[in-house]
Design a binder for this molecule. Structure first.
Ligand code: SAH
Ligand code: SF4
Length: 391
């Protein structure tokens, strides 16, 4: 690898017939797939077995061609071929950073694009996936927030991001080979573009597929959903997904949070904190992650750190300090390293883990909050921002 420049390369993708009108098996829940198979003529007696076989081909083995589903009869395969497709979003480009971070630009139906980032670490690897094209919210420090919402991603497009990353990592099991220890893609974070809780059902259904024990088999503890604080959906996340929760907290007074995370005008700190206290999964082993972006002179004082500790009292928590990732035209700058360390120290002394997030993939603009697709550059108008945030 060239030590100075990121490698950009076009990726050949298998033709995936994404848009030829037939129902896509990818993204269907087990129940939906069962109904689709019955509607396609599979008998009630056989459907359970067929469903399990197809599910395992798709999500355990990563097979994309009905012809490879060798435990199905030729006739049944021909029927599948005629009535269904196996379609993933298409990888347009892939960039590899000096530090090994991979960023995929992915095209979805309608010609829209979203970004997916893979971050390798010592004994694990985290995939950062997107839930929407753009975002309806307008957090003032976030690049995605300047982009219009184009649409919610479908369940297939969300789970498809995990599958195409596994393709790229060569991480589907090979029949007959010994089970490999340690996965390259071991964790998923919903921290890419979009507010996942404004696309609740599709995010939930995709994560159910990711967690299914006969498929991709990610543990719910290895999936983290990050939200800006859509309070009514937080309890639902605990009940219907059961994954780990991260909160884009970012401020310790309503005055500052209203500016940074405007959804705070709808659900303020008090209401948000109450919903976190009630998060039924909260226990010592299942801490909530508080994300806190460090903005010079805005939210990074010692007083802020002390207030933060007080606010979250009683909530099992880890505070993830994120040095602000600057983007062209951003209205903020990053706090100094000394300031970030001093802030971390106060939180640490109060008994909380307070890791400082290492910026990864900066050379390819792959860091948190920098994701923005080249095709959707339109900046929101002031009026539109005001209308959306009720401000
Ligand atoms: N919409 C969700 C998830 C996507 S953003 C949410 O807001 O939580 C993932 C994280 O990156 C959030 O904590 C977000 O606040 C943070 N972020 C956004 N822009 C950033 C930037 N420029 N620098 C650092 N972190 C940023
Ligand atoms: Fe949307 Fe999250 Fe960015 Fe806020 S921080 S604009 S919720 S993507």
């Amino acid at each position: 690898m060239d030590a100075t420049a990121p490698i950009t390369q076009d990726v050949m993708t298998i033709p995936r017939k994404a848009e030829d009108g037939l129902p896509n098996l990818i993204g269907m829940s087990r129940e939906q797939m069962k109904e689709a198979l019955i509607a396609a003529g599979t008998s009630e007696k056989q459907v359970k077995m067929r469903l399990n076989q197809i599910w395992s081909w798709l999500y355990h083995w990563g097979v994309r061609d009905f012809g490879e589903m060798t435990n199905l009869s030729k006739d049944f395969r021909a029927m599948l071929e005629e009535k269904f497709v196996i379609a993933l979003p298409e990888v347009v480009t892939r960039q590899v950073s000096d530090d090994g971070t991979r960023k995929f630009l992915v095209r979805i139906a309608g010609g829209h694009e979203v970004e997916v980032v893979y971050i390798p670490e010592k004994d694990r690897g985290t995939l950062c996936i997107s839930s929407q094209v753009g975002c309806t919210l307008t957090c003032s420090f976030c690049h995605t927030g300047t982009q219009k919402l184009v649409r919610n991603l479908t369940t297939a497009e969300i789970i498809g991001q995990v599958m195409l990353a596994r393709d790229d990592l060569g991480e589907w099991p090979v029949p007959g080979a010994p089970n490999e220890e340690g996965r390259l893609l071991s964790n998923v974070v919903l921290m890419g573009m979009g507010e996942p809780l404004y696309n609740f059902e599709n995010v939930r259904d995709a994560m159910k597929i990711a967690m299914d024990p006969d498929g991709i088999q990610l543990s719910r503890r290895r999936i983290t959903l990050s939200t800006s604080g859509v309070v009514p959906e937080i309890a639902r996340t605990a009940e219907e997904i059961g994954c780990m929760l991260a909160i884009s907290f970012h401020a310790t007074t309503d005055e500052v949070r209203d500016k940074l995370v405007p959804i705070n005008k709808k659900w303020n700190l008090e209401v948000l904190l109450q919903s976190l206290r009630d998060y039924p999964k909260v226990s010592n082993s299942e801490r909530i992650t508080f994300e806190y972006v460090m903005l010079h002179g805005v939210n990074d004082s010692d007083e802020d750190a002390h207030r933060l500790v007080k606010l979250i009292e009683g909530i099992p928590a880890k505070i993830n300090l994120i040095p602000f990732n600057e983007w062209p035209g951003a209205p903020y700058t990053r706090s100094s390293n000394n300031r970030i360390r001093a802030f971390a120290e106060i939180i640490h002394n109060a008994g909380y883990s307070s890791p400082i997030r290492k910026p990864r993939g900066e050379d390819i603009m792959a860091a948190c909050g920098q994701l923005k697709s080249a095709t959707e550059r339109a900046r929101k108008s002031r009026a539109q921002i005001a209308a959306e945030t009720g401000g």
